[in-house]
Design a protein around this ligand. Sequence first.
Ligand code: ZN
Length: 224
Amino acid sequence: MIGALALAGAATAVGAGAPAAAAPGAEEWPASADAALRRLLAGNARFAAGRARHRGQDVDAVHAAAQGQHPFVIALGCSDSRVPPEVVFDEGVGAVFDQRVAGGIVDDAILGSIEFAVGEFAPPLLLVLGHERCGAVSATVDAVESGSRAPEHVQSIVEAIRPAVEAVRDQPGDLVENAVRENTRMVAGQLVHRSRTIRRAVRSGALRVQAARYDLDTGRVELL
Ligand SMILES: [Zn+2]
């Protein structure tokens, strides 16, 4: 079971990432999951070291991408203002097909958005990016521990994250940190389990689903 690999914990990279067809107008884009990850982690290393190049963030890049987009990575992450993928990976216009929602959770609209991108752009990598001290995870920990409900629609986010909190509740260490990691891994697994489109792409070797964690203190991304 491919999805079970993701849910097992350690093995959160799902799929082999065979080369995809180069997108017209994006010849420099990485064509495999490995190459995409190398590019993103190199950009993150530049960002964290204060050496970001900011390529693709000017109006020339806007013009170059105006007639069509060919993102090489789909990202699902948190809405947190401190974790914008293009910034922390030193990428620019047209590189990342973003989904951001508090806690980086999965729902039908998020799945539809990702399925659209998989079908339209066939990028080699789907990155699930959790982050340190996530407020949505903290709110879920508070709700679980107090037995209270979060206000109005915030409760739907709490319900989505609750299984991750409950899964690590008895583990040693910081509960929010453990739940951030568990939620990110669970989301990576859910993407594969809940979507036939994503599952097919993973099984064919065209797409890898990779969980990762962003460190607010250092600006560094680690793979989970
Ligand atoms: Zn967050």
